[in-house]
Design a protein around this ligand. Structure first.
Ligand code: IVH
Length: 673
């Protein structure tokens, strides 16, 4: 064995410390200080050194997240303290009953009771054991007493540190933390989109997917899933001096473990009720699923006094939200034809209220999904409506079948225009091949006129439907050629309304490049992508000239988007429509955003600390849109350092170099916000 110099050892230690620190900033505090590229460089250096000196590899090194090969089965382990479950309340009354019981059993004055309240995450419960600050064992909850050893899998989750952070506090000999493994909603949707593209069956929901991912025998599969964890409690803690749940949460965060930021210490029941209402209100905006809140008596002495039943403690309760799933019956199945000709099966439902909204239709996604779930007309099903997402059929309750249910045969012709439908290889969706399909046309024109497109106010779907059915428009450009006498052919049309619609159509011509690109309805080009394209290419003509390989050079543009753009501008029909729009007086806008000179054009910025009004990304985008450059470290070329909450070392560096620093307010003024 070669002798390893102390410098190398120090270098490896230093890299690990740095990487752990940046992991913490990124995953726990959500305030990264370096770019992903810089992080990758640090990581890479460590990988290289460990490759050269394998003796230096330790199990808590950040490189060891996917270290082991697949297992044939999981070992079981016994939790040192049982992982309990929670009693449930489903109304305010039930919560108040709980509160009365707490008062009664503890014999305490109401004023002395504090509750720590937090979201109830909908994921998989796990326990992680740290011995002398190092992650040694990870397990599932199992039946609460015995769980499965999923150490290798949990080690792949980046929000779980392999080593506890310790600043001044001593590292505990033993710390068992408990938490919930989840998949963020956005990542879940992305995962399913990718699966849909590949023609693979979709995952049902983030919870089951998270649970299934943790229980994979091959950790490499787990590592590929976008898992995260929120810690919500502890098991054993040796040499710790904590006396309340709120102290635990603070302690965990300090130790580098991610704790959800939406928790609160409440001093009255009213505060608890307000918290419940607030979380219910923001629930859909949060990037993880939750099914209620958990209310815990904060003080440990009081918790002990209250004790528990064998399965659940008396000092805590889960106050559940009203369900987002309901049962109803499928009355019929129809096939909807979208803008791109995609055929989507839709269940027509016996109306049912879900989370306060009446639902009459739910998507069945595509033929494969429908077959996988074996959905039939007449079935009793569970449907789900969450936030802005289109309601969907989750599951058939087969036990309720009577035998009268009818299978649905997916059509081989477009239900609207009768053209053949085709399914491209590797795609889950069928598409109508009809070039003049009125259903596609209606959707395309409606997209063209929509708010994100040319924003023709008042031109709703009902009008567009009639225009297409009466043969007044055959493509989006035809809108610009409509005359009043044409519009007067439509039902319930008056002179005034017709003039207003014509005005709205005319106003659509005063658009900018991002809106026009979006309006064209190029496949896979949404509002954000339209902005990226406008910024990069500045005009339709320049965009239309690009080859796929030139397009993919741009960050954010992948091969699929690139091909869609290329195909769009190489389709004669589309080019004709564009010509027709020009002839009608639509001047193709030139994008001026970046070329316009602003007071900060060409200036170099560095951001440090958290800003209250913007995320790091937003601030960066705004600056770049004004022609400024954003660098990740301070140098003598830096013009301004924007300083937010808890700034990092960059502030000191800026001061050392005498670079101008801006507080958030000054920054906002500078960018005119
Ligand atoms: S505390 C004795 N806090 O819900 C207290 N649990 O029904 C035990 N859960 O298995 C748990 N979010 O996995 C607690 N903020 C939270 C939670 C939470 C989700 C899960 C937990 C447990 C189940 C209990």
């Amino acid at each position: 064995m070669s002798k390893i110099s102390p410098e190398i050892k120090r270098k490896v230690e230093e890299l690990r410390e740095k990487i752990n620190y940046h992991n913490y900033l990124y995953h726990v505090l959500d305030q990264p200080e370096i770019t992903d590229a810089e992080y990758d460089r640090l990581f890479d250096q460590l990988v290289q050194l460990e490759k050269k000196y394998p003796e230096l590899v330790t199990p808590d090194s950040p490189t060891q997240r996917v270290g082991a090969g697949p297992l044939t089965e999981f070992k079981t382990i016994r939790h040192s303290l049982p992982m309990l479950s929670l009693n449930k309340a489903s109304s305010q009354e039930e919560f108040l009953d709980f509160h009365s019981r707490v008062l009664e059993l503890s014999g305490t004055d109401e004023k002395r009771i504090k509750y720590a309240v937090e979201p109830k995450f909908d994921g998989l419960a796990v326990e992680i054991v740290y011995e002398n600050g190092v992650f040694t064992l990870g397990s599932t909850r199992g039946d609460g007493i015995i769980g499965e050893d999923v150490t290798q899998n949990l080690k792949t989750i980046k929000t779980i540190p392999l080593k506890l952070l310790s600043k001044s506090a001593k590292v505990p000999k033993l710390l068992e933390i408990r938490g919930e493994v989840i998949i963020p909603k956005k990542d879940f949707e992305k995962l399913n989109k990718e699966r849909e593209k590949k023609g693979e069956p979709l995952y049902a929901n983030p919870r089951n997917t998270a649970a299934g991912s943790v229980r994979q025998l091959d950790p490499r599969i787990t590592a590929a899933r976008p898992l995260g964890m929120f810690a919500h409690g502890i098991g054993l803690l040796e040499n710790g001096k904590l006396s309340s749940h709120s102290e635990i949460l603070k302690y965990l965060k300090q130790s580098g473990i991610r704790v959800n930021e939406n928790w609160k210490l409440c001093h009255t029941v009213e505060e608890v009720i307000n918290f419940y209402e607030k979380i219910l209100e923001i629930r859909d905006k949060l990037d993880y699923e939750l099914d209620g809140i958990v209310i815990k008596v904060d003080d440990f002495a009081l918790q002990n006094k209250l004790g528990g039943l064998s399965r659940s403690p008396r000092w805590a309760i889960a106050w559940k939200f009203p369900p987002q799933q309901e049962q109803t019956q499928i009355l019929d199945i129809q096939v909807n034809v979208g803008r791109t000709g995609a055929l989507t099966p839709v269940a027509i439902l016996k109306p049912v209220r879900v989370g306060g909204v009446e639902v009459r239709r739910a998507t069945l996604h595509n033929e494969d999904e429908m077959n996988k779930k074996d959905v039939r007309i007449g079935d009793i099903v569970i449907i789900q409506r969450a936030g802005d997402v289109i309601p969907e059929v989750v599951q058939v309750i087969k036990a309720n079948r009577t035998g009268k249910e009818k299978k649905f045969k997916f059509p081989d012709r477009c239900p609207v225009c009768g053209s053949k439908v085709e399914r491209l290889e590797g795609e889950a969706t069928y598409r109508c091949t009809g070039i003049a399909c009125p259903a596609q046309l209606k959707e395309r024109i409606s997209h063209f006129a929509s708010k994100g497109g040319l924003n023709m106010e008042g031109l709703g779907y009902k009008f567009i439907e009639q225009m297409v059915d009466l043969g007044l428009v055959k493509d989006p450009a035809d809108l610009f050629y409509l005359e009043k006498k044409d519009l007067m052919k439509m039902e319930r049309m008056g002179e005034k309304l017709a003039s207003n619609l014509l005005k709205a159509i005319e106003n659509g011509k005063k658009t900018d490049l991002p809106h026009l690109i979006y309006a064209l309805g190029i496949r896979n080009v949404g509002e954000h992508m339209a902005q990226v394209l406008a910024r990069e290419f500045k005009s339709i003509d320049s965009l239309a000239k690009r080859k796929p390989e030139e397009l993919t050079e741009i960050f954010e543009i992948g091969p699929i988007v690139a091909q869609s753009i290329y195909n769009f501008f190489h389709d004669q029909k589309n080019l004709k429509i564009l010509e027709k729009m020009k002839k009608a007086g639509l001047v193709f806008p030139i994008h001026k955003e970046v070329t316009k000179k602003t007071p900060i054009t060409g200036k170099f910025f560095v951001l440090t600390g958290g800003l209250a009004s913007f995320s790091r990304d937003e601030a960066k985008r705004i600056l770049e849109s004004m022609g400024a450059r954003v660098a990740s470290s301070v140098s003598k070329n830096t013009d301004f350092v924007v300083v937010g909450e808890n700034p990092g070392s960059k502030l000191a560096e800026a001061q050392k170099l005498g670079i101008k620093t801006l507080k958030e307010e000054e920054f906002k003024k500078l960018i005119g916000k």
